[in-house]
Ligand binder design. Structure first.
Ligand SMILES: [Zn+2]
Length: 498
């Protein structure tokens, strides 16, 4: 995907309509002469069947606009899309005669979501009770469709169990062969000794970390994620190799605390406090403590704890981002996450049975520390942003299941609002923040003239009622609008298998 937005003519005042027509004609000629970067490639029939509008000139009229920059929603706007790019936004945009008009009355337009912890894999159902190994098959068929249907137009895969599949999926999506979001592919997990799944390579040492990072950069990875048992020397080597190629490193850590990781130069920390072990009593250098103990200890802390306040200040001063993944943690809180029929419909029957069984088990766990730890994480994320921190958002479709591509991304935004953010702030975290972190903010992340037409048309008003974010009617990627209902139908009944 090209990285530069082509700029269109500056916005003119309504008084200069004559001049504007001349410019528009000149612009049209210019557009015809050059392939627009935002324009979708020739879509294969396999992709076309999910498309509702692919006209090169579209106007969405009378729509409420939430631009992704955190500014107040604007009523009665017109958004003009030409060749995959947002050509004009405003109340007085003239709609050209040859434009296909979509009446946006009663609807809200938001930028496409930028999912920053959006794996392409999902836990496999055990089926046979003897099959105990943790295995996470790639959902190469269902997840690209469900991300797009949910309004997620860009993802960072944030750790891969099948990095080559992720890279091939990206190529197929970019070429228009299959429908799906724009992908920023993360390399394989950078895990140390102690991996809990055979799908992760265990690094031997720092040299192995350097080689692994360099190899996968060569294959097309554009970010890396360190995992629980990585040592400080391995992480240090991985960061040095990645940064030498201007590539960022994030981590779901355990052996290394957040403060230590910030000192080593990490760019982002996944999940937040529930995986920060630095406060765990008796924590030893380069050793992952018992995670149950770590969580139990966190349940005794509050966000006002001077140690947590110190950590927030330190991360902010070091410009280390935090990625919120509230949906996966919510599933650990007894009886908390409501059962979403859309999620059940997406699942393979065996996956559905197992998810509901595990959910029941969690619901009947007395004195779970997760009640407090979930609230602590919400408070932490809110305080972190209030003190100047960069919060990113994702869903993390792991745990015991129930967190599914697209639906989980929508729920993450709802949970950010529960954590204390306004709906406009939550949408900004889920769009512009991710775009800026990845250096893509000139192209995606907000609804502005000259940016890619990656948009979500929502029935209702999420600025008032954030749950309306689930009412996705159309998803635009590079100006091509997809029908979420068709994408969902094609994915239903398969999550857990493919
Ligand atoms: Zn994850």
């Amino acid at each position: 995907m090209p990285t530069k937005a082509r700029r269109f003519a500056p916005v003119l005042s309504p008084a200069s309509a004559g001049l504007r027509t001349v410019l528009a004609t000149a612009l049209a000629a210019f557009c015809a002469a050059l392939p627009a970067w935002g324009q979708a490639p020739q879509l294969a029939p396999q992709t076309q069947q999910y498309v509702k509008y692919a006209q090169p000139l579209l106007a969405i009229t009378h729509v409420r606009l939430i631009d992704g920059n955190g500014t107040a929603a604007k009523e009665n706007q017109t958004v003009l899309l030409r060749d995959g790019v947002i050509e004009a936004v405003g109340k007085h945009v003239r709609v050209p005669k040859d434009a296909t008009v979509i009446d946006g009355s009663g609807h809200t337009l938001i930028p496409g979501l930028v999912g920053m912890h959006d794996h392409m894999f999902y836990p496999a159902p055990k089926v046979n009770p003897e099959a105990k190994e943790a295995v996470y098959p790639e959902q190469a068929s269902s997840f690209p469709k469900l991300y797009l249907a949910g309004g997620v137009t860009t993802i960072r895969t944030t750790g891969s169990t099948e990095p080559y599949t992720d890279l091939e999926l990206k190529k197929a999506i970019d070429a228009g062969k299959i429908p799906g979001p724009k992908m920023h592919t993360t390399g394989p997990y950078l895990e140390g000794k102690g991996s809990f799944t055979p799908q992760m390579h265990e690094l031997m040492d720092a040299a192995d970390a350097t080689d692994t990072v360099n190899y996968w950069i060569g294959e097309g990875a554009t970010s890396f994620k360190a995992y629980m048992h990585i040592t400080r020397s391995e992480l240090s080597a991985a960061i040095a190799a990645a940064h030498a190629k201007h590539i960022k490193v994030t981590g779901h850590l355990c052996t290394i605390g957040f403060t230590e990781a910030a000192d080593l130069g990490i760019d982002d920390l996944e999940h937040g406090l529930p995986v920060d072990t630095e406060f765990t009593p008796g924590k030893q250098t380069d050793i992952c403590p018992d995670t149950k103990l770590a969580v139990a200890h966190l349940a005794t802390m509050s966000v006002d704890d001077p140690q947590i306040q110190q950590l927030i200040r330190y991360l902010v001063s070091k410009h280390v981002a935090v990625t919120s993944t509230l949906p996966v943690f919510e599933t650990f809180v007894p009886g908390r996450a409501s059962v979403d029929q859309r999620v059940l419909d997406a699942m393979l029957p065996e996956t559905r049975v197992e998810y509901l069984k595990s959910r029941d088990h969690v619901a009947n766990t007395p004195d779970s520390p997760w009640v407090k730890v979930f609230k602590l994480e919400e408070d932490f994320e809110h305080a972190f942003v209030r003190q100047g921190g960069t919060l990113l958002s994702g869903l993390d479709p792991t745990g015991y299941g129930g967190v599914i591509a697209g639906y989980g991304d929508q729920h993450e935004v709802e949970l950010l609002v529960e954590a204390g953010f306004t709906p406009l702030e939550a949408i900004q975290i889920a769009t512009m923040n991710g775009a800026r972190f990845m250096g893509e903010d000139k192209v995606i992340g907000s609804i502005e003239t000259g940016k890619a037409a990656d948009l979500v048309l929502i029935n209702g008003n999420p600025a008032k009622n954030i749950k309306d974010i689930e009412n996705v009617e159309l998803v635009f990627k590079d100006g091509v609008s997809y029908d979420p209902a068709k994408l969902v139908t094609a994915a239903n009944g398969t999550v857990g298998l493919r």
